[in-house]
Ligand binder design. Structure first.
Ligand code: FES
Ligand code: MG
Length: 576
């Protein structure tokens, strides 16, 4: 399948000519201690490493990059590590989502501007997967995605703990006065106990599963726990394979097709995906020129059963169990006839060939089609006079009594305002109240923060309630749960109808009919719209300024308008 010769290598433009510039490039490689035979006529592989000392999920990447390099060298390539923006989920404020597009831009430009023939993308923590992949799609050189892998199961006092989900669960119990400080500290020390990404089916595991199903990881790579020896071997295999991909000229446009994006969406539904997957999947697909819409995702959501019994949508298990049960290949095997098995993957083979022989080893973790965790997929898209451009909800993660609901709105304009109210034990609220937070979208947040799982007010917690209908133009963490309507578009900050909702208005959710409405007349809404004043921009300079000028709404994936594939011609190859 070799298509390229050493003379055709992209890096040869930097290193081969007998001219002064190339002399400069070669002499600088020698400054690094390399002889010409180390890098001449070989695929130069950029290993984009999103390691940092504040990215807890990528703590093992400092060592893992050596395994990748080992593989690259074995296959006759030359591997170079390129540190990349380490968008970590835990510490980045106001929200890591503000920086996903920055990582995408950095990835694209770093690839384009350097003598690279192919790239290995090392990511995993939520935004790093879409950020790296979006940039690499636009750059267009052969690429393979190396997922960080989930961390080990959490453990405290004989109890298994799940990332995110159990933090909220125990926090609610603490607020209700049901657990001691000692137990709370025990949970703190036990909930994250190894390198790797959150081990629930949160955004990280969803997004790496999506990459796997798109065919841009080695088959099943996304399920391997970060600290498992298989992860080291997979990393070396990525290094070997990318060198072959360069010779085969296997570029991302051949892999990330409409069929591959659909496969990714179906698998996302079957895994009980994070709601964030919607935004990232649309953004990645659009980079590849595939017009995947919210309606496409809703249609797949209605027909794809949830098979992964992994929290928070599943009840019982975590990613480590999912791996032992056969991992993503085994899950995909269950729904093979719904997938485009002809889709080409980084292996150079089709998805169907990659799935051959995959088996389920525990059918309570990876359920068969006749015994799903939930009969439909994990996401539903709503429309109505509150969200004309869509909103999402995760039915499998909320109490079915909210599927049809009507109640009075309690509206908050900011997170601090909402936070003060939920801690007020005398707050006037009923279990039917619909709690609403606005100004929390891409522009308003700013950056589209994960505030959407609004805390249940103390006044209700004390009465034993643990769920209620909540609505916002924010996102929520993939490890969250509850009756939360998210991503209301257009967001209130830019004048979406959510901006005109008032406390006391009746809100109606009809999940089956996929509707979300406020029972307010058109005339009254028009009057409120006329009286509305647009708020000031959040940023007056810097990256935030650029972000707020160019970010698209949730239904378009929140990419920057000028980075989308249909905005204009790409820069092409640089002059050297
Ligand atoms: Fe990194 Fe959850 S904090 S994956
Ligand atoms: Mg998360």
């Amino acid at each position: 399948m070799t298509k390229k010769t050493p003379q055709d290598l992209r890096s040869a433009r930097w290193f081969a000519p007998d001219d002064l510039r190339s002399f400069g490039h070669r002499s600088r490689m020698m400054q690094l201690g390399y002889a010409e035979e180390d890098f001449r006529d070989k695929p130069v592989i950029g290993i984009l490493n999103t390691w940092s000392e504040l990215n807890t999920c990528h703590a093992h990447f400092r060592e893992r990059v050596q395994d990748v390099k080992r593989g690259v060298a074995q296959a006759g390539g030359f591997g170079v590590e390129l540190p990349s923006l380490s968008v970590d989920e835990s510490f980045t404020k106001p929200t890591s989502m503000l920086y996903r597009n920055m990582l995408a831009m950095e990835t694209e430009e770093m690839i384009r501007s350097h003598p690279l023939d192919g790239v290995v993308l090392m990511g995993g923590c939520d935004k790093t997967t879409p950020g790296l992949v979006m940039g690499a799609i636009s750059a267009g050189v052969p690429m393979i995605y190396l997922p960080a892998g989930p961390m080990l199961r959490g453990n405290y006092a004989g109890k298994i703990l799940g990332s995110g989900s159990d933090a909220w669960k125990y926090w609610d119990e603490r607020r209700a006065g049901n657990i001691s400080d000692e137990e709370w500290l025990g949970v703190q020390g036990g909930i994250a106990r190894s390198a790797g990404t959150c081990m629930t089916m949160g955004t990280a595991s969803t997004m790496t599963a999506i990459a796997d199903a798109m065919g841009i990881t080695l088959p099943g790579a996304s399920s391997i726990p970060a600290v498992d020896a298989n992860h080291l071997r997979m990393s070396a295999s990525c290094g070997r394979r990318i060198v072959e991909m360069v010779w085969e000229d296997l570029t991302p446009d051949q892999i990330i097709t409409e069929g591959a994006c659909r496969n990714a969406a179906i698998v996302a539904m079957a895994t009980g995906c994070s709601t964030n997957a919607v935004v990232h999947l649309i953004a990645m697909a659009r980079r590849a020129g595939v017009d995947l819409t919210l309606d496409d995702l809703d249609a797949l959501g209605r027909t794809t059963p949830l098979l992964a019994n992994v929290r928070p949508s599943g009840k019982d298990y975590l990613m480590e169990d999912f791996y032992y049960a056969g991992g993503l290949r085994a899950l995909m095997k269950q729904i093979e006839d719904r997938l485009d098995t002809s889709a080409l993957t980084v292996t150079g083979k089709t998805m169907g060939e990659n799935l051959a022989g995959a088996e389920v080893y525990n059918d309570d973790v990876i359920r068969p089609l006749d015994n799903p965790v939930y009969h439909e997929g994990s996401l539903a898209v709503l429309r109505g006079n509150l969200c004309p451009d869509g909103a999402v909800i995760k039915p499998a993660a909320c109490d079915p009594k909210y599927y049809q609901h009507e109640g009075p709105a309690l509206v908050f304009d900011s997170y601090p305002e909402m936070k003060a109210a939920v801690d007020d034990e005398d707050l006037e609220i009923t279990p039917d109240t619909v709690m609403v937070l606005r100004n929390a979208g891409p522009q308003g947040g700013p950056g589209f923060p994960e505030w959407g799982m609004l805390p249940i007010p103390k006044a209700l917690i004390k009465q034993g309630y643990r769920d209620m209908l909540r609505i916002s133009d924010a996102r929520m963490s993939g490890t969250s749960y509850g009756a939360c309507v998210l991503h209301v578009a257009p967001e209130s900050y830019v004048g979406g109808p959510l901006a005109f909702l008032k406390t006391g208005d009746i809100v109606r959710l009809d999940l089956e009919g996929r509707r979300l409405d406020m029972l307010v007349s058109d005339e009254e809404l028009a009057a409120r719209r006329a009286a509305w004043k647009a708020p000031e921009r959040r940023f007056e300079r810097g990256y935030g300024y650029m972000f707020s000028k160019h970010v698209t709404q949730a239904d378009k994936g929140c990419d920057f308008d000028f980075l989308q594939s249909d905005f204009g011609a790409t820069a092409g190859e640089p002059d050297i």
